[in-house]
Design a binder for this molecule. Sequence first.
Ligand code: NAG
Ligand code: NAG
Ligand code: NAG
Ligand code: NAG
Ligand code: NAG
Ligand code: NAG
Ligand code: NAG
Ligand code: NAG
Length: 532
Amino acid sequence: MLISFIAAITITLPEVCTSRTSGECFQNLLEQIENITAQVLPLNTVTNILTVAFSASEKILESSSAANPTELASNGNRMLKTSEKLISTLVKPTDTSDNVSFTLAAVEGQVFMVGPNVILNKIPQLDTTNSSVDIDLIGIAKNNNERSAAVAIMSYNTMENLLKPDFFNTSNNTIKTMMSTVISATLPKTTNTKLTKPVNFTFRHIREFDPSGSLSCVYWNISEWIVDGCSVLKTNSSYTVCSCVHLSTFALIMQTSRPPESDPLLELLNLVCVIVGLVFFTLALMTFALCQWSPGVNNVARINICISLLLAHLLFLLTQRFLSLIRPQQVLCAVIAGLLHFLFLSGFVWMFIEAVLLFICVKNLSQISSKKREVLSSGFLCVIGYVVALVVVCVSVGLVPEGYGEHCWIKLDKGFIWSFLGPVCVILASNTLLFIKIFISLNSTLKSLNAEVSQMKQTKIMVFKTLAQFVVLGCPWILGFFTNGSKVLEILFLILNSQQGTFIFLVYCVLNHEVRQQYRKCFRCLCCVKQH
Ligand SMILES: *[C@@H]1O[C@H](CO)[C@@H](O)[C@H](O)[C@H]1NC(C)=O
Ligand SMILES: *[C@@H]1O[C@H](CO)[C@@H](O)[C@H](O)[C@H]1NC(C)=O
Ligand SMILES: *[C@@H]1O[C@H](CO)[C@@H](O)[C@H](O)[C@H]1NC(C)=O
Ligand SMILES: *[C@@H]1O[C@H](CO)[C@@H](O)[C@H](O)[C@H]1NC(C)=O
Ligand SMILES: *[C@@H]1O[C@H](CO)[C@@H](O)[C@H](O)[C@H]1NC(C)=O
Ligand SMILES: *[C@@H]1O[C@H](CO)[C@@H](O)[C@H](O)[C@H]1NC(C)=O
Ligand SMILES: *[C@@H]1O[C@H](CO)[C@@H](O)[C@H](O)[C@H]1NC(C)=O
Ligand SMILES: *[C@@H]1O[C@H](CO)[C@@H](O)[C@H](O)[C@H]1NC(C)=O
């Protein structure tokens, strides 16, 4: 009777499951297994039924109802129950100790039995490929009148598709990743199942461990993963040991924080701002190149801010646009990241030089008596502007060769990002200080001049120029440290820092008297040919 029943399942299943909807087939199959009344089954029968059941369960995952969490959990529960029932039929009475184990594609199982005359004082660790269990079975057997006990463990390779890590409900909204196979442990045919010692699970991580993530040892309770009674005992990059005070179905789940959601509007704004910024960088550079400047004017820092940031923003924009193409080319990606690191850094160094030059200029203005010019030579400035950035990049690469990450930018972990943020912080702090000093001395100079040049318009332009200078010197980049999820600050940051070129153009080209004269000349040549 039993044999024919089993033959019936194994033989009829393929037709049953292809002709009917897979869900119905699966439910019917599980019902048949639940109806099995035999207490003991041979190993190959158990493995055959398990193979059929797991292949049927994979089929139902392909069906449409697979997205319904309640259905997934309920199918998962039935699979667990069925498997546990089947593996318990492998338990046979023993006088001393015995063990049975099997390995299938979807599931691995181990049963260990001890009897009244067991000679071991500790049972060996129960091993499957990716996890192992330590349980005090001898102690449990001693607590039983029959002085016998059995433990069955199963390691399910595909169960995470049914018992999803998302069923672990936590207060913080994190991404959950299954880090181990799902493993269940039961004490079949054992009267007193009270644990004498906590049971310890050693899970091998089946996915790469993210050091910023947090691990939780969880167990399955009807419809969700919960932590109660389980804890992480110890962990390293490839293994975690969990300790639990009860038996059930266990897993190791990693929580990592969700990357901030990208806002399409914000991205569009960013794109527009960066492109506008790039246009003005180019216009400013063209003005610097084509106009004749009076001999005392030192534009070298402004020109190089424009060059560095124009290239940096352009490269960054292109890289982000074509990230999917560039990312697979790891060397190219790292080279681009290094180049971006260098260009942005040199941009900041030039902002610092600009601030220093401006400071020197303003000081000379307020102490007209001292004619001593402290302006440094352009060649020397160029060496500082680019060599400092180059040295920082080289030292960083030398110390942390793998510091450039998968977004073709600096990796944010391992502190490597400070090879960029460190110099930037120092420069921003000094530029802000210099700006304040410049502002104060300019203010007092203006006040003393006010009697003579009491023109409102001139003052307004002066105020605007000062504020624009604040942007040109990169001071609004400081906002980046305080955005902290605030949309308004983020937008302000985005607008101000993409427009450094625009402000340079406004201050040094549009509002510059000499340049305006030359523009006027040009316009006259271009438009007013008829007048001549
Ligand atoms: C299982 O047993 C119940 C009665 O105990 C019966 O109604 C049902 O048809 C059986 N299922 C299968 C698939 O044999
Ligand atoms: C498990 O059983 C096999 C024989 O079936 C035996 O050789 C082996 O020693 C047993 N292992 C343990 C730990 O008892
Ligand atoms: C599990 O680990 C805990 C803590 O190290 C230990 O007290 C307990 O005895 C271990 N359990 C088993 C079954 O070895
Ligand atoms: C179990 O470990 C092996 C070897 O590390 C690995 O190839 C396999 O994918 C793991 N199983 C699962 C379900 O990840
Ligand atoms: C998860 O927990 C929160 C409370 O912490 C609760 O409001 C929510 O309904 C739970 N979600 C599920 C799917 O259980
Ligand atoms: C499952 O959770 C319910 C309530 O959330 C609790 O009453 C029950 O004891 C839990 N089951 C197990 C096996 O821990
Ligand atoms: C991690 O822990 C496991 C088990 O505790 C151990 O076998 C392994 O050697 C450890 N690996 C490292 C890299 O420390
Ligand atoms: C989520 O919260 C838990 C405790 O509430 C904490 O241990 C874990 O680190 C948090 N995870 C993240 C990614 O914030």
